[in-house]
Structures are given as C-alpha cells and as structure tokens.
Design a protein around this ligand. Sequence first.
Ligand SMILES: [Zn+2]
Length: 316
Amino acid sequence: MSDKPFNQMPLFVSTRQSSLISTAPNKTIRPAAKPGGALSVCVLGSGSGGNATVIRIGETALLVDAGFGPRTTDKRLAQAGLSIKNLQAVCLTHLDQDHFRKTWPNTLLKLGVPIYLHEWHFCDLMRIPGGAELRDAGLAHSFSASPFEPMPGITASTVRLQHDKQGTIGYRFDTPAGSVGYATDLGHAPAALIQHMAGVDLLCIECNYDEHMTTTSARPSWVNRRNMSDSGHLSNEQSFEAVRMIADAGPVGLPRDVVLLHRSSQCNHPMKVHRVFERDPDLVKRITQTDQRRRTRWLHVKPAPARVRSQMPLKQ
Ligand SMILES: [Zn+2]
C-alpha cells in the first residue's frame, strides 16, 4: 500500500490482468446472481450530501458508491422496486463520506455483500469502524488493475482520476445488454477517461458547478480554488466538453443517455446546466439531471446501433 500523494502516482487505464486482492477467503454465501437480463440504471441521489447509483440486471443489483446510510438507501431502493437484499456488490469511487458512509461496514457484514475499491483507498477503509472486519471476512476486495467481475454478468474496468490527495476511480461496466460509464469527483477529464468511456451506451458524469456562481459565491476562496482546480470537480462547461469528446472518440456517437451527477446546491442550478448542454440540440435531449434528495427514474440501457452524429466544432 502506498501513501504517496496522487500526483506522484502513475495514471493508468485498465489492463488485461485482473489483480484483485482479497485478504481472506469469502466464507459468506450470497444468493447466486444469474447472468443475463435487462440492464437498467437508477441514481438514488447525487451531490455533496451523498451519492449512490444502482446498476440492475434482472433482480440483482450493484451499488456504485454508498454515500447514503443503509436505511436511506433501502428506502430509496424500495421506491425503485428493489431492496438492500438485492445488492450483490458495492463498487466505490473513493472514500469521502459523501461516497461511503461509515455506517455501511456492519450492514455489509450482515448481508455478506462485498465491496470493491482501489488499493490506494484500502488504508482509508481500515480507518473506518468495521473496515478491518470486512477485510477479515473476505468482503473487502482491493484492485490495482482491471477488469474484474463484481457481479456475474458485469465486467468492471477502471480508470484512475485526479481528485484531492488519493484520487478517485472512474468505472466502465460492460454487460451483454450494454455498457455504463460512471465518473464523478474529477478535477478534469483526461484523455484516458475519454478513451475509456468511448462507446458506452449510458454515461453518468459529474456536472458540479457554474463558474460564475462559484466565483461570486460567499464560499471561502480556498474552497473555490480547490473545487475549480484540476484535482477538484468538473464544471458544467468541462462536463459538456467531456461528453462531446467521448462521443467523438467512440464508434456510436453520443451515449443514448447522459446522466449528470453531483450538482452543487450552492454554486449551480439546473437551468445553468441546461443552458450549457442545449448548445448541442442532440445532446440536451439525452440528459437526465440528478438531485440530492430524490432518485431518478429507471433508465433502461439499450446498445445503440452505429450511427453518424452531426458534428459540431469542439471548443478549443
Ligand atoms: Zn463527492
């Protein structure tokens, strides 16, 4: 385990070798998930107060980030027709508390649900009450490379992104029924991310702040500097450009659905987001804005046929 700051570590994209490290055999038996079935996504909530997204195949589901407590998560899952008992795995982007609540380890232990996190975040997990017990039960899987299979029928490949000291992880989930990309809490969109997400059918990407609202906000200037830095968050403009670069890098153009995550309540507004994305009339029709307090509808993933999209010049 390294404690080097993020900017001293090499960025990498997925490799062909899986390198999952489980520190003890997993003795907990989970109900077997059957591969196959329709692929759907529901964001249970997103923002600085908590982030959690469900990726569902049939009756089984994977949680990306667990930034609400188990009770709130179960309540929102019930509204979406699922329960916490449907969860087969949790994949974490990083361990800030809006992405992993400290109340989860005991619940995961009881349910026998494994979590997957990058090896550079593993030490942080050990500092959380119940983290060592998760490790000892064989339920804490750290990875240094990918792809790996967090749940039958889903292959996860990852890209490391810059965010604060330890960075964050962007995921791409490939299934026979389509593919989903997920990237939030990134200070900028590097070429590795653009290539990694090219061709996904549904893209969840951060769209955090409006520049003018940020610079004129009452927040301390050091907070604004951090949020607007290359290790902070993606602005509306950066998010828009990233989606268009991802579309241009892939064979199918724009993802069928684009889900915008982690909107700041203080320094952004849905109308500000809409105004940026409506510059591309084809793209604005595809966006879903998420909310901190409520879940989205289920978004059903359908692989897009190859098509040629109308080209608009990218901002240089
Ligand atoms: Zn966050």
